[in-house]
Design a protein around this ligand. Structure first.
Ligand SMILES: [Zn+2]
Length: 126
């Protein structure tokens, strides 16, 4: 499967999940993204993934990602990159093992792809 095919399939599956597709950015999240710029938001996503998802052992796994407070948190729930169990199930990454830089970059990319889609969706609503 190519990267494009995988992404297409992944986002179709996420769209079909009632839980995942219930997450959307709020106006204040969009304002925050516009204020900071996408490059800064990507950096935040990298930090969250490195600190909260990448370690082999996470004490509060399943509870490390708040439901609000940062657009990346919302994106993590929407893309099933919120905890190692969801990452295992949706992104086929083994738990109990530190995530490689390639795996972390992929998760950040999935998050940023969702955020960009969501920004476009909001623009078209106006
Ligand atoms: Zn999760």
């Amino acid at each position: 499967m190519t990267k494009d095919e995988w992404y297409k399939q992944l986002f179709e599956r996420l769209d079909k999940s009632k839980f995942r597709s219930s997450f959307h950015l709020k106006q204040k999240d969009i304002d925050y993204i516009n204020e900071k710029g996408l490059a800064v938001i990507r950096q935040h996503a990298k930090d969250f993934i490195a600190k909260r998802e990448a370690p082999a052992y996470i004490a509060n796994d399943g509870k490390q990602t708040p439901m609000r407070g940062h657009p990346v948190f919302i994106a993590q729930h929407a893309t099933a990159t919120c905890c190692r169990e969801c990452i295992r199930k949706w992104h086929k990454m083994q738990p109990g093992k530190e995530l490689s830089q390639v795996q972390q970059d992929y998760l950040v990319d999935v998050i940023m792809t969702w955020i960009q889609k969501e920004m476009e969706r909001q623009e078209h609503k106006i």
